[in-house]
Write a protein of this length. Sequence first.
Length: 83
Amino acid sequence: MFKTLATLGLAAALLVGTVTATMAADAKAVKIGWAAWSDAEFVTKLAAKLIETKLKQKVELVQADVAPLYQGVGRGDLDAMMM
């Protein structure tokens, strides 16, 4: 249990660092993609909550299948993906 929480915390910290650089470029909402999997939903919504409360940045969650998520991040349509 502790290992899982530590892993989720580390993932959230890495995302916050990545998103901070993105936010410096523009003030638009941070777009985070996620698939309808329970683990992906949890870490994505946790990261969104941290970004909104700690960094005061709006977050837009985009739900899609995995392939379009990877393509969206690759094209720059999405800022991050938590999977």
